[in-house]
Design a protein around this ligand. Structure first.
Ligand SMILES: CC(C)(COP(=O)(O)OP(=O)(O)OC[C@H]1O[C@@H](n2cnc3c(N)ncnc32)[C@H](O)[C@@H]1OP(=O)(O)O)[C@@H](O)C(=O)NCCC(=O)NCCS
Length: 197
């Protein structure tokens, strides 16, 4: 069944893109919006997830996150003349990226951040992290946490560039093959001291 109600975190507190910071310098100038992810979006989100990542979340994993009420936000961009956004959405906009987080006591844990391959290296992940940091501070969080695969060099570089620091290792945290596992690097960003930049 498709959920039609917005979760409580989505009501009024999410920053508009203009509040998150200047639009990425290298980005194409297109109107963008942050919108809460709902179950109706799962086909498009899962299509981006599998196209962007060698270790994608399953559709069930995404759906369970929504049903658990985790903040899940999409970055949507208007199609410019002549563009045919993929994956297709009913409103004709691009699903440029999204993230899923978990709100704890005075902290927020980033569970997933993904940018569609066509829109990568244009500053959108940094932009989404800025928005997440702004929202998290508004919720009273002092720290943003995440885990990243040791081998995921692009993501590790992104987090370092946004001010995250490696604070630990979880041995064998992620499945790698049916027989092997991979370590996770635990990273954190103090929201009191600096924003994700
Ligand atoms: C990681 C990911 C989210 C980055 O998204 P993005 O929108 O391309 O990142 P940005 O354009 O905002 O990049 C910001 C910085 O991150 C670093 N970065 C991003 N992608 C990189 C890459 N492929 N190689 C090296 N550095 C990279 C760079 O330092 C970059 O700054 P610069 O362009 O000024 O050098 C994207 O590659 C992705 O969706 N990957 C698959 C899913 C994934 O791994 N998610 C993270 C799970 S923990």
């Amino acid at each position: 069944m498709v959920s039609t109600t917005l979760p409580t975190w989505a009501s009024g507190l999410w920053p508009a893109p203009t509040e998150a910071g200047p639009a990425p310098a290298g980005a194409i100038d297109r109107p963008i919006a942050f919108e809460p992810m709902s179950e109706a979006d799962l086909d498009a989100v899962h299509a981006v997830e599998t196209s962007a990542y060698g270790h994608p979340w399953t559709r069930k994993h995404l759906r369970d996150s929504l049903q658990a009420g985790y903040p899940a936000v999409m970055l949507l961009g208007e199609a410019l003349p002549g563009e045919h956004p993929h994956p297709p959405r009913a409103d004709g906009r691009w699903l440029m990226g999204y993230f899923v987080a978990m709100h704890g006591v005075e902290e927020v844990h980033l569970l997933n951040i993904t940018v569609s391959p066509v829109h990568q290296r244009q500053g959108w992940a940094r932009f989404m992290l800025q928005a997440l940091a702004l929202w998290s501070r508004g919720q009273g969080a002092h720290t943003l946490w995440l885990e990243v695969r040791e081998s995921n060099a692009p993501a590790r570089r992104l987090y370092e560039r946004c001010g995250f620091q490696a604070v630990g290792v979880r041995r064998g945290y992620y499945p790698l093959t049916t027989l092997q596992r991979e370590d996770a690097i635990v990273m954190s960003l103090r929201l009191d001291e600096r924003a994700a930049t």
